[in-house]
Design a protein around this ligand. Structure first.
Ligand SMILES: Cc1ncc(COP(=O)(O)O)c(C=O)c1O
Length: 431
């Protein structure tokens, strides 16, 4: 077993971390364990988690029911291939997802990560039109400031600036982009918000297989929270121009915005839906792409007569068991009132940040609280300050945000918001 300094040295020498460079001296914290909403570091410090491990651990860590479900499944099998074989956890989870998601969605394709769920959604859209003898409809239309993952297809529909499209210009598929809406959540959507989308559809619909967006909250592309009215109009235009609608609810699904799925704010249904992250309560990597009967049947009955995707770890039984346990915990819990309560505490707790000139905006929806700064955060400087304050908060670009586990208590949540206000006020003094 490595001691702390050996672990850190080996980590620095041979382990890549997300969006990082090797050999750069950025703070990194070895974790010993995690329990409830607390992350325990190897050096004994305990941090209140404000991130839910990138928005996935909605019930907190080390949950006895999810542990038990995974343990039970392990007694039968950790994994079997999904080609030609099936199993109880996958079938049960698919059935429950069909029940929980909007009515028209009837089939579930399991994959191993959110990015791959997006790839599968895009493939489904293209294969649908191919089967309908419209092979020219192969492009996607999306809005700026989106984020859909790190694989090439997913990158191609993520924000061209944040996603550094220039770096991959020779390999990325060129897609169509519309301006993202400026109409805020709770406000009506003006013609100026929708005009860019409408123009793109009008001009290019013959080449467009689908529009793909994150409903209501654009997450990693900027934490932008937009009007449900925009989504309603988007649905209408997709129907008008014969283009499918893919909703990427990988970040927003399973209650995060105050509804089970963010599309419910707009009372619309997608043709294809991507789920991930909280699907297993943050236990294991699993994602799913759901679609309606028309798309499933058209693909299955058209050329080449099968859907062209099938990962090795498709519908991994351990992950599906964790997913089933997580769904049961969520559905049996008063999640709706909990999220409302978290929303209220986030609003009152983060509001004081507005007084600082460095703060551009404070916005909250459901269990998402965002403080946007005018300048990008210096992560090397700010990360240790959060850890010193006893919280795990991981800012990016101009954004300091919270997406805590739903089980968080008032004291812990207040510590998170308090630390943000404190540290933001210090940034003013130190920069
Ligand atoms: C909306 C959205 N789509 C897709 C992804 C990619 O998911 P994964 O990191 O599991 O590949 C993310 C991840 O942050 C996301 O927020």
């Amino acid at each position: 077993m490595l001691n702390i300094s050996q672990l850190l040295e080996s980590d620095r020498n041979c382990v890549w971390h997300p969006y990082s460079a090797m050999g750069v001296d950025l703070p990194i914290y070895p974790v010993k364990s995690a329990q409830g909403v607390h992350i325990k570091l190897v050096d004994g410090r305990e941090l209140v988690d404000g991130m839910s491990s990138w928005w996935s651990a909605i019930h907190g860590y080390n949950h006895p029911e999810i542990n038990q479900a995974v343990y039970n499944q392990l007694q039968d099998m950790a994994h079997v291939m999904f080609g030609g074989l099936t199993h109880q956890p996958a079938v049960e989870l698919a059935t429950q997802l069909v029940e929980l998601t909007p009515d028209s969605l009837k089939t579930v394709f399991f994959v191993d990560s959110g990015s791959v769920a997006v790839e599968v959604a895009m493939k489904m859209a293209v294969q649908y039109w191919y089967a309908k003898k419209q092979p020219k409809k192969q492009k996607m239309l999306t809005i700026r400031h989106g984020y859909h993952g790190d694989t090439f297809g997913a990158m191609s529909v993520s924000d061209p600036v944040n996603g550094m499209h220039s770096l991959f210009s020779e390999v990325l598929i060129e897609q169509f982009f519309a301006e993202s809406p400026v109409c805020k959540f709770g406000q009506p959507c003006l013609e100026s918000d929708i005009i860019s989308l409408q123009t793109q559809l009008k001009k290019n619909h013959a080449q467009i297989a689908a529009v793909i967006v994150e409903p209501i909250v654009q997450g990693a592309g900027g934490m932008r929270i937009y009007s449900a009215d925009y989504l309603k109009q988007l649905r209408h235009f997709c129907d008008q121009y014969d283009v499918l609608l893919i909703l990427d609810e990988i970040a927003t699904g399973f209650g995060r915005t105050g509804k089970m799925f963010a599309c419910e704010h707009a009372d619309i249904e997608p043709d294809i839906l991507c789920l991930g992250k909280a699907l297993t309560g943050g236990y294991m990597t699993l994602a799913a792409t759901l679609t309606n009967v028309d798309i499933a049947q058209t693909i299955s009955e058209g050329e080449p007569g099968l859907f062209m995707h099938g990962p090795t770890f498709m519908a991994n039984p351990l992950a599906c068991s964790a997913g089933l346990a997580s769904l049961k915990i969520l559905i049996d819990s008063p999640w709706h009132s909990r999220i409302k309560h978290i929303e209220q505490l986030l609003k009152t707790g983060l509001e004081p940040c507005r007084q600082y000139g460095r703060v551009k905006d404070v916005r909250v929806l459901g269990a998402i609280g965002v403080v946007e700064l005018h300048q990008a955060v210096n992560i090397k400087q700010i990360q240790p300050q959060f850890v010193e304050a006893g919280v795990w908060i991981r800012p990016f670009n101009h954004l300091i945000y919270l997406m805590p586990p739903y089980i968080i208590g008032d004291d812990d949540l207040n510590l998170l918001t308090h630390s943000i206000c404190n540290i933001v006020s210090n940034i003013q003094e130190t920069l």
